[in-house]
Ligand binder design. Structure first.
Ligand code: NCD
Length: 305
């Protein structure tokens, strides 16, 4: 029984195992993977919209021979409409399935589900909390390019206040030595001082910047994120936010040859589509594909006896 709720549960050694499993899965012919989770049922319970996380977990399960029970929008389609508690729904679904993958708008829901359940629960995003499988696929993408997860210099840009994927990514980067991260965001979307101190105390070097002109030219990776508009209640304040923008000229001015450019996706208006044709921008290609492979590895490790 292995839940995946937060990066806090994971060590560098676990990440190594997950990535070695991912490497093996990537190299195995498709047909040979189909027996790995044959007969298993994976339930996807997504109370918030999702394209990549939902479909990559779904496809990951199917590519390993499992079948899926899929709820997109359970607030309209499940007994949640009638007022059934999340705990009760989880207790019911665990009778039918081997694991439940849950996404929910409130922080802590995945953890509550894990407390209620006797089968593994995977957090696919809990409000502004965490998104551990996303951080793992991001790290895997970095490791694929540089062959290491330590001694890296990176830029993360966008929304640290409400973005759950960056929170998990920063926690994951803390697990490896000597990483230096520039955080580019407007003040309204910066990390809390408490979080900055926490990550620093775990060995991550953090520089907070507010302007594109302060990006150093020698980053190994850039990681862009959108503003999480749906989590910002004050719409007047939201309209005043000046989020970092990735343009071809910024890439030309501050980028370098060896770097990669990632994005958590979805991209809204914070990245110019013209950068997509640049070979360093792998957010629509390798990064997305790795999401499926890393999630296959997670399901294999969690479900295979
Ligand atoms: C992210 C999420 O849902 O947290 N999307 C994703 O899973 N790739 C980021 C976002 O919505 O901005």
């Amino acid at each position: 029984m292995k839940d995946l709720i937060s990066i806090d549960q994971i060590s560098a050694k676990d990440i190594d195992l997950i990535f070695k499993t991912t490497d093996r899965i990537r190299k195995t012919p498709v047909k040979k993977l189909l027996n790995i989770l044959k007969g298993k049922i994976v339930t996807l319970l997504f109370y918030e919209p999702s394209s990549r996380t939902f479909s990559s977990f779904c496809v990951a399960a199917k590519r390993l021979g499992a079948q899926t029970l899929e709820y997109q929008n359970p607030m309209q389609t499940s007994s949640a409409v009638k007022g059934e508690t999340l705990e009760d729904s989880i207790k019911v679904f665990e009778n039918y399935s081997d694991t439940i993958i849950i996404r929910h708008p409130e922080i802590g829901t995945a953890s509550n589900a894990a407390n209620a359940a006797n089968i593994p629960i995977i957090n696919a995003g809990d409000g502004a909390g965490e998104h551990p499988s996303q951080a793992l696929l991001d790290l895997y993408t970095i490791r694929q390019r540089f062959g290491k997860l330590h001694d890296l210099k990176g830029l993360i840009a966008g929304d640290f206040r409400y973005g759950r994927a960056v929170r998990s990514l920063l926690k994951a980067l803390c697990l490896f030595k000597n990483n230096l991260i520039y955080l580019l965001s407007p003040k309204e979307l910066s990390l809390t001082d408490k979080d900055v101190s926490l990550y620093r105390s775990q060995g991550l070097k953090i520089f907070e910047i507010n302007l594109e002109k302060d990006i150093p030219k020698d980053c190994d990776f850039w990681y862009w994120t959108r503003v999480q508009k749906e989590r910002i209640k004050n719409k007047t304040a939201l309209n005043k936010i000046n989020a970092p923008y990735l343009s071809t000229s910024l890439l030309k001015e501050k980028g370098n040859k060896k770097m990669i450019v990632m994005h958590v996706l979805p991209r809204i208006d914070e990245v110019d589509k013209a950068v997509d044709s640049d070979a360093r921008c792998i957010f629509m290609t390798k990064q997305v594909k790795n999401g499926m492979y890393v999630r296959m590895a997670l399901l294999k490790l969690i479900l295979q006896k």
